[in-house]
Design a protein around this ligand. Structure first.
Ligand code: ARG
Length: 471
């Protein structure tokens, strides 16, 4: 049988056939394609287009193909262009010419759009689980070492001390939103294009809604042209994947410099490190670096998909066949990145002493000292000036802010133009109060708002995150 039917006389040019086929990558849609065909055959039966025994034979044949697929017994014929043609021919080999009826009222255009949506739905569900696993690893580390104190940074300069758990929970939040985006995408993608035909709608009275329900879709696409020719759901998925990769990349970047021995906040386990072929001393956090690197690829896949569809007139254009490699690759890249990062995080050791020492460098509690003065009635701007003078004095004396003497504090207050600050020079209890605020624990305790790093707030946030995740 000629592949493209009676209109064609000559055989395909080898170069053309190799160039246009998609079986090399769309074979991953096989199980979705079979599921779609079974539902479509049921629909043809309901519409009176197939006899009951034909439905039975076709469905049995398709179920046989499914079993063959699961047993690894299906072999793809590259001369058959794509997964759809391969499966139709395989069905014919199984049940004979009756297979010729399976494509009634269907085009590969609505077929492939259905397959990708089915594939995407199960892929999104798997990725949601992988993100949850990553969140679980972060929560586990927060439980284990979360009370370590980290130098919180802005501009990569020491800023304010934060609990390590607080830092880890920031990533749990980002990943929560990633899951929300995946859920949103799933909701919009989960509608069935079958029945759209090639572009104008099937030429038979198919009950599209019943077929959609059988396939677990929430509804049907409302316009046949749109149903076969938009891939916005793929763009949405890639956008969610790219952003999640970017979140992982930021975390990976932190881990790479935290594990530099000069910083030494964490040690990546040997199981998640590699060595050098030349330098015997080397131990590198390769998986973290690769996650950072692979985020670039997924970003490229998102922009590639947008570029792929931006110039396409309605309806289906062959360009759209190239939607699959980036979508498949991005999903598996994200999945493996999540799983390797979860493993790396779960096995990483934390050096609390190194973190704590760094957390105190750069007078990171200065803001807390200013806040303590404000609580005594000093205007914030005056407090900022006074504490700035204390920081300069501490630098000159080579001391920490929580080791300043009573007289140094009194001198800084006296040199202020704030009358309340000047009056406070006579308050004997103030210096101890300021020194307490200048200690790491005191400074963190002061950030006592929802979402702040005060230990009691972080403990509540951790408990809340654990409950939310069922961890
Ligand atoms: N392999 C094709 C794809 O992935 C299936 C749809 C082909 N449709 C067509 N009119 N050539 O897009």
């Amino acid at each position: 049988m000629k592949m493209w039917g009676g209109r064609f006389e000559g055989a395909s040019d080898e170069r053309m056939a190799e160039f246009t086929r998609s079986i090399d990558f769309d074979y991953v849609l096989a199980s979705d394609d079979i599921a779609g065909s079974i539902a479509h055959v049921h629909g043809l039966g309901r519409a009176g287009l197939l006899e009951a025994d034909e439905v039975e034979a076709l469905v049995a044949g398709l179920q046989g193909l499914k079993a063959d697929l699961e047993a690894g017994a299906l072999v793809w014929d590259v001369s058959l262009e794509d997964i759809h043609m391969n499966l139709e021919v395989a069905l014919r080999a199984k049940i004979g010419p009756l297979a010729g009826k399976v494509h009634t009222g269907r085009s590969r255009n609505d077929q492939v759009a259905t397959d990708i949506r089915l594939w995407l739905r199960r892929t999104l569900d798997r990725l949601d689980g992988s993100i949850a696993e990553m969140q679980g690893a972060l929560l586990g580390l927060a439980e284990r070492d979360g009370d370590a104190i980290l130098p919180g940074m802005t501009h990569i300069q020491p800023a304010q001390p934060v609990l390590f758990a607080h830092h880890l929970l920031a990533y749990v939040e980002m990943l929560d939103r990633d899951r929300g985006r995946i859920a949103d995408c799933r909701r919009r993608a989960n509608v069935c294009p079958l029945g759209s035909g090639a572009l104008a709608g099937a030429g038979y009275p198919l009950d599209r809604e019943a077929t959609a329900t059988e396939l677990g879709f929430d509804g049907v696409t409302r316009n046949s042209l749109d149903g076969v020719s938009d891939r916005d759901f793929a763009v949405e998925a890639l956008a969610a994947f790219a952003l999640c990769m970017v979140h992982l990349s930021r975390m990976a970047e932190e881990i790479t410099w935290w594990s530099n021995p000069r910083i030494g906040f964490v040690r990546v386990a040997d199981a998640f490190s590699t060595g050098s072929s030349m330098m015997p001393n080397k131990k590198n956090p390769d998986p973290a670096e690769l996650v950072r690197g692979k985020s670039a690829r997924v970003i490229g896949e998102l922009t590639g998909m947008l570029a792929l569809i931006k110039g396409l007139p309605l309806a289906y254009q062959k360009d759209m066949q190239d939607d699959k490699p980036p979508l498949f690759d991005a999903a598996s890249t994200l999945d493996s990145s999540l799983l390797v990062m979860a493993g790396l995080i779960a096995t990483m050791t934390v050096n609390r002493d190194a973190m704590r020492a760094a957390a105190g460098e750069g007078h990171t509690t200065a803001t807390a000292v200013a806040d303590a003065l404000v609580r005594r009635g000093v205007a914030f701007r005056s407090a900022h000036h006074i504490v700035g003078a204390l920081v300069a004095e501490a630098d000159r004396a080579g001391s920490a802010l929580d080791a300043l003497t009573d007289s140094t504090i009194a001198a800084a207050l006296a040199s202020s133009d704030d009358s309340i600050a000047i009056a406070l020079t006579g308050d004997a209890s103030l210096p101890a109060e300021l020194r307490e605020a200048a200690a790491l624990e005191g400074a963190m305790a002061g950030c006592d708002v929802i979402g702040g790093t005060a230990p009691r707030r972080v403990a509540a946030a951790l408990a809340e995150a654990k409950a939310r995740l069922g961890a």
